[in-house]
Design a protein around this ligand. Sequence first.
Ligand code: MOS
Length: 712
Amino acid sequence: MTAVTTATTAHTPAVGTGHTRVEGRDKVTGAARYAAEVPFAGLAHGWLVLSTVARGRILALDTDPVLAMPGVLAVLDHRNAPRLNTDYTGLLGSRPDPTCAVFQHDRVPHLGWPVAMVVAETSEQAREAAEALVVRYDQEPHDIELTGEHPDAYPVDGHMPAVTGKGDLDARLASSAVVVDAEYTTPEEHHNPMEPHAATARWDGGRLEVIDSNQGVTWVVGELANLFSLDPASVRVRSEHVGGGFGSKGVRPHQVAAVMAATLLQRPVRVVLTRRQMFSLAGYRSPTTQRVRLGADADGRLRALEHRSVSLTSTVHEFVEPSAGVARVMYDADAHHTANRVVRLDVPTPTWMRAPGEAPGSFALEAALDELAEKCGIDPIELRLRNEPDRGPVSGLPFAGRNLTACFREGARRFGWADRDRRPGRRRDGRWLLGTGTAAASFPSGAAPSTATATAHPDGTFTVRISAADIGTGARTALSLVAADALQVPPERVRVRIGDSDFGPAMIAGGSMGTRSWSWAVKAAAGELRERLAPGAGIPAEGITVRSDTTEAIGSLTPAERHSFGAQFAEVAVDVATGEVRVRRMLGIFAAGRIVNPLTARNQFLGGMIWGISMALHEEAVRDRASGGPVGADLAGYHVATHADVPRIEADWIDDTDPDDPVGIKGIGEIGIVGAAAAIANAVWHATGVRHRSLPIRPDRVLSAAAGAPDA
Ligand code: MOS
């Protein structure tokens, strides 16, 4: 027994001060192991075989020659794979995506569908055999094309109601002094993280263990337990370091295939996706076609607002990109109608991708607001300030903190907005036309139940355990600061262990809710532990542990409109002779709750804003109509913003501590991308006088617009 050594001197708060990542040294020295790097004795390797047709049936899989190849241990396909249970309700009440229930039937619903997996002694042998496997199909005609007025589009609820409406839209539009009616499109976008998806499954003493790279071990345990009809207590998923997720790292086909193979072979089996496979198997953002109709008085006050969005999904699962949802938060009008509809096509199931709904939705809505400002002859910031709602436009609930106006005021001051000439095409720098644009941002602020433990050790250090995920956000570091403050000790005395489902259930890294949800549980456990440690009392060798569960506390939050807000500013230079668009500077000012670690938080905002540049100017996945598959399924063919595309960018925040959160957090993971593409598109209009309503604003689109093509 050793005496307790807490709080002999005044504690300097750690939350709110910049700290480098606690695992930073491990990552840069290679000591941190990613999922595909953890060694196992007797490890076998699976290689997925993906369909080469977009629709049809598997007629034959010629497995015998492949089984005779060197090192090959097994070929899994729909004829020999274990049967899965797919009749359950998963995360957020969603039905399981049959995309992940691999090898259950002979139907092929899209190009890149897993039809088999070869397992071999080495990864190279598995790959060679997988590439040699001959699969014959009964091919059927496919349809992969999303059009705005697709006859088969239907409303889908997803995590919000598909349709909302109040007031007589047509009457209000007819009586409005100014009307905007425009269609906006965004392309298919992919969120390939740097670290490809990878999972190793093995049975160990009657328990299934999966070493994975995911956004939430609790989530993956739940899905695997359901799919394989296992007691969740007999499944352990670990995911210690994750090289990016962005919504793509939930349950995907490779984890399920790895568990199947490990079960059949009774050996550890690892399945790693290639970059190319990720374009079919990791999920993606659906393209959208959005129609926005705005009606306003001459002074810009909105009387009618309609936001309709159509996205696509696969034929096997309903996933909706809820782009019209952002209008339900941002602006009110006497007549207010929104709708999210989907079309089922012969494509892979899309999924959550950073700010699902808000990212494409804010492009359409905030670009339409800019068009309205132009038509009304009002400054675009002033237009937004005139339309600040005092309650949720659809919910009627009060806002639990809506500091959008403060973001615009601070942003305008720092960006130098006051000097701006509203008229387009007035500024020039040599061959470049210059313009500035702005847009509003919002993203829901939520928290979900989590559990955590805090342990005091005899040596005066502490260990916090929580099934959190650090997907590059710095969550592990943020949690160590939160724990340190609750314990009133320096962060150096706190170890935070994450990414192990044996630590108990916790929220995923998703919906910008991770750090908020986990901090709540960590503060509760650490705070109670500190109270339990009587000064001078001893701590036994095994330590003293306190467990927290935030289910009740979060359940008793009063209903309100809870969101982060932001104001985005961009300056662009456009060369209409070459079609080149360059972002020259960007500023984002956010009201996003208390900022736990300014160093990593700034990273999050900047990352989102850079993604906004990418979305505005570069990103576009093209599907080949003939094959139904992606063209250029790699990071050479799929363009993302790189260093040369990214100018001086600043992200900052105003004080916006959430009074209903124990730490004051709102969540920052996604809001950085919201409104960013609209600010850039609005700046391109200001530079050139031409509206670009389809992303990305490619050079050819700028050129044809300059040549006078309508709505290029
Ligand atoms: Mo995020 S798209 O909720 O991982």
